[in-house]
Design a protein around this ligand. Structure first.
Ligand SMILES: NC(=O)c1ccc[n+]([C@@H]2O[C@H](COP(=O)([O-])OP(=O)(O)OC[C@H]3O[C@@H](n4cnc5c(N)ncnc54)[C@H](O)[C@@H]3O)[C@@H](O)[C@H]2O)c1
Length: 299
């Protein structure tokens, strides 16, 4: 098995001061990448309180002989995202991969969340991933082996008291698929992970999980067991694009959105749907939804 090396590569990891992003940054740096460790140092709900975990991660990497630079800009504004990318280019001369990992979290019934809070979740998760990817895009294209790894969540498939979080992650799923199409021409591959790991988010999520789940996560799901998947997807040897890999506690699987064989009836009526719903719903030989790639024209 060839070791996947990152020597000479530059990787931007957002939200890398803590939790899963920190594990990504440490693994990539240990394999030779120059890493931009970005983190605002905010509380889990996004409010700021003056910590600088990005600097601590940079210290850890450099003490081990690696290369890293800190950025405390927020991914959630265009200026902040641009400054993260400018830091990478000024310090290391280009960008080969971006891991959009920064995230905020809270649990709340959807009818008690303010419009401002909905916007904040979209700003960090969806627009943050979009802004950082867009600012990095010319450098990823120039690299010839550009990679983007987004971070979604099983919550995008539906979970209690997570409408604000789960639907923002659903937007990141759509972004992943759409950027995979957009990146086809420039050789940029865009995928996502849906992680599970013991971080401070689990302390907040605990009340919404089945009994014993939080304890199980704490003992079995280190962020170190998420980072290898992000590292593979960020590496030039990655062969897939537009995919989502679920990863937790050493388990890795593909999340598929697919078409069931379904039915065809050119005399379709609502009654036909009612009568044949079971056939429509049956998974049978599910076809994974294909990426609709652009036709590349010369010149
Ligand atoms: N822990 C899990 O089980 C789990 C499950 C599903 C998805 N996720 C996702 O994984 C990612 C990492 O989460 P984590 O569990 O390590 O949580 P975490 O809170 O430990 O780490 C998230 C980091 O992002 C930083 N951040 C927040 N807003 C930012 C902004 N605007 N700009 C830059 N940095 C910002 C925070 O300061 C924090 O250090 C998130 O996207 C999260 O939604 C985590």
């Amino acid at each position: 098995m060839t070791k996947l090396d990152f020597t000479g590569r530059v990787v931007v990891v957002t939200g890398a001061g803590r939790g899963i992003g920190r594990a990504h940054a440490l693994l990539l740096a240990a394999r030779g990448a120059a890493v931009v460790v970005n983190d605002t140092g905010g509380a889990v709900d996004g409010s700021l309180h003056g910590e600088n975990p990005a600097a601590e991660v940079v210290d850890t990497i450099t003490a081990a002989g690696g290369r890293a630079v800190a950025s405390t800009a927020s991914v959630a504004t265009e200026d902040g995202a641009q400054s993260i990318i400018d830091t990478a280019v000024a310090e290391f001369g280009g960008i080969d991969a971006v891991i959009n990992n920064a995230g905020i979290y809270s649990l709340c019934s959807w009818d008690r969340i303010s419009a401002t809070q909905y916007q904040e979740f979209l700003d960090v998760h969806y627009l943050g991933s979009l802004f950082v990817s867009r600012a990095a895009w010319p450098y990823l294209a120039a690299s010839g082996r550009g990679r983007i790894v987004n971070t979604v969540s099983g919550a995008m498939l539906g979970a209690p008291d997570m409408v604000h979080y789960g639907s923002a992650k659903g937007a990141v799923f759509g972004l992943t698929r759409s950027l995979a199409v957009a990146g086809h021409h420039d050789g940029i591959k865009v995928n996502a992970i849906a992680p599970g790991a013991d971080t401070r988010m689990i302390d907040i999520a605990a009340p919404s999980l089945p009994p014993g789940t939080a304890e199980y996560i704490k003992t079995s799901m280190s962020p170190d067991l998420v980072a290898p998947v992000a590292a593979y997807l960020a590496h030039e040897d990655c062969t897939v694009t537009g995919e989502v890999l679920s990863v937790a506690g050493g388990g890795v699987s593909r999340i598929v959105v697919g078409y069931t064989p379904g039915i065809t009836d050119t005399a379709l009526t609502p009654e036909v749907i009612a009568a044949r719903l079971e056939e429509i719903m049956a998974i049978g030989d599910l076809q994974a939804a294909p990426l609709i790639l652009p036709v590349v024209t010369e010149g």
